[in-house]
Design a binder for this molecule. Structure first.
Ligand SMILES: Nc1ncnc2c1ncn2[C@@H]1O[C@H](COP(=O)(O)OP(=O)(O)OP(=O)(O)O)[C@@H](O)[C@H]1O
Length: 314
């Protein structure tokens, strides 16, 4: 089955000759939440702008709900809503007129019941007749979401929804996104925060220098992140892992001088205390221990750095 958003080999070279997207392919399922994670200038905004039809791709193809974003622009555009990075609101406008105006821009038929329900869902109903300048920062962000959803799109794009907001507001935004998912909306968000991607997304795509480096289920990535290694330097080298230690996930390195124990940081017990006991029962003595973690942060930084190095070498 084709995904709600199908991106095949999308490229974007800006007028000045800068290539911001270098052949990105990605399929996003209906009802899925995908987070695009990447450093500044990676191409996240460019990618979502091309899907929304704001920027023209210069190569490849992008379809939303089966409609090509270039050839079938109107149909594709009517299926998407975009919450931009910047707070762009008219201070004297009311919440109600802002959302009604946005719906009108899409040529959608007036439907006050839908808009009322939307405001309720976003906890803005009480503020329906307030001017936008009277709202708190968090409420203004919700108004942007309400505007983006005013024409009942199937796909919602959130470009850095929590950039520069405090922790409480960030969590509030995460709750809103979770609620929207329940209504079946497909959500694509960009973020710099790994924690945010983890909290909200079903899948995470890492983008760097215009390339999609990986797309993986959040749970799989987090499982990888949860793995930690305990490096045990032995007082004397051994040739093989002793029989009595076969229950543990152990491997030998450094010509038998280091035993490496891999464990899950998210498990209830790491097994380290028991392992130390078993090592001494097996007659091994420990010279030193050290732990290392392959965090998503490291995976991410490592991936991005590798790209940079390759870029420099090219
Ligand atoms: N209109 C434009 N003309 C030329 N280059 C552009 C244009 N818009 C973006 N770029 C360049 O394309 C690259 C990708 O930019 P983009 O805004 O997509 O990155 P991003 O991943 O969204 O970054 P950030 O996290 O900082 O928002 C950057 O190097 C940027 O300078």
């Amino acid at each position: 089955m084709a995904g709600m958003v199908e991106i095949e080999n999308a490229e974007k070279t800006y007028d000045g000759g800068f290539q911001a997207l270098k052949g990105v392919s990605l399929s996003i399922e209906e009802g899925e939440i995908l987070a695009l994670l990447g450093p500044n200038g990676a191409g996240k905004t460019t990618l979502i702008s091309t899907i929304c039809g704001i920027t023209m791709p210069t190569g490849g193809s992008i379809r939303v709900g089966g409609h090509d974003v270039v050839r079938d622009f109107r149909a594709a555009r009517s299926l998407v809503g975009l919450v931009p990075q910047e707070l762009t609101l008219e201070p004297f406008e009311t919440v109600w007129s802002a959302v009604r105006f946005s719906r009108g821009l899409f040529g959608a038929k007036r439907d006050d019941a839908y808009l009322d329900e939307l405001l309720r869902r976003l906890s803005l109903y009480d503020k329906k007749h307030s001017q936008l300048q009277e709202l708190s920062g968090g409420m203004k962000r919700r108004v942007l979401i309400a505007k983006a959803l005013s024409h009942d799109p199937k796909v919602l794009f959130l470009d850095e929804p929590t950039a520069g907001v405090d922790v409480e507001l960030r969590r509030d935004m995460w709750d809103i996104v979770a609620k929207l998912k329940e209504t079946g909306v497909t959500i694509i968000l960009t973020t710099h925060y790994i924690e945010e991607a983890e909290a909200m997304a079903d899948r995470i795509g890492v983008i760097s220098a215009g390339e999609l480096l990986l797309v993986e289920k959040t749970t799989d990535l987090m499982a990888r992140l949860g793995r930690k290694e305990l490096r045990i330097a032995l007082s004397a080298p051994i040739e093989t892992v002793p029989e009595g230690l076969s229950d543990y996930d152990l491997r030998l390195e450094d010509e038998g001088e280091t035993l490496i124990y891999t464990y899950d940081t998210q498990a209830e017990r790491t097994g380290i205390a028991r392992l130390i006991g078993s090592l001494s029962e097996a007659g091994l003595s420990i010279a030193d221990v050290e732990t290392t973690q392959s965090s998503l942060e490291e995976i991410f930084v490592g991936l991005v750095r590798k790209e940079d190095d390759e870029g420099d070498a090219a």
